[in-house]
Design a protein around this ligand. Sequence first.
Ligand SMILES: [Zn+2]
Ligand SMILES: [Zn+2]
Length: 336
Amino acid sequence: MPIAAWVPRFRGGAVIEWDDHQYREPGPGELRIRIAANAICGTDRNEYLSGSSIVPGHEAAGVVSDVGPATTVPVGTPGVIYLMDFCGTCRSCRVGATNQCLAKRGDVGQNRDGGYGPYALVHESQFFPVPAGLDLGTATMLLDVMGTSSHAIARARLLRSDIESAYVAGAGPIGLGLLVMLKVRFGQDFPVSISDISPWRRKMAEELGGDPIDALDREAVLSRTPDISFDSSGRQSARELALAAAGKRGVLVCIGHGEGIQLNVSADLIAPERAVVGSEYFRYDELAENLGLLSDNEDYISRVITHRLPADRIDEAFDLFFSGETGKVVVTQETR
Ligand SMILES: [Zn+2]
Ligand SMILES: [Zn+2]
């Protein structure tokens, strides 16, 4: 049976209105998920400002409410939704690189209804079950915060095996995700310098164990000489500084979309054997390990969430998030 529900419609110009919407029955291989929580992401700014024909939200957790034919996940299973509706059979998917699927069917919350509404229809292959005891607001940390940052760390590890320090440009949600995952993966004593222009964000990073730097203080960044650098800011000047700071054999991983980078190939890459790589979201098969890390470090990782607001206060949640003085803001649905 289709389900009628009220959903937030992003009209553009930071206007969110509520409207009636029908969620169809799940088809073959599909699940209908009753959403419990969705974390706000920096990229939601596009839909917030430009509007969207679908219900946004791509960091969602919920419970299976109905199943289509040819599925195996039982009704009532809690889990998180992987952004990309990957095909599962192309050359990328066959090696596990589901984030680089060559025949992707869609992206939840970007061109398919996502997690700011009460339901979402997804392929079973995109759903990742979590233990029943895990709070579903906290479970959203498995997505952009843990997933995207863990994948970026894995990209750096492909190029550098002796990593003893790291630098993160930008202490927004992805930067904070990198900070916590570096600490979780390399140990609480592993040095992570993290820069931002916002004193509020620097303080939050410090509370999570980072060594905060004013992003305008070039000398301070250069003095840290990290083995690996991450850019979550998307700014050209930040990328170039992050690469310069990572000395010989250094690696710069670019995660934030945005501006470019200017390279002097001989001096920046060849002579010091440095590498610049991109990192996009994460692979579905990385979720299982991250779930173990979340279970072992739930108190620490969930500190990245600073606010939880119910869906009928989504306006307030977006205002708050884009004020720049929050960690992750989670929008929760009333579940019955
Ligand atoms: Zn996101
Ligand atoms: Zn594929």
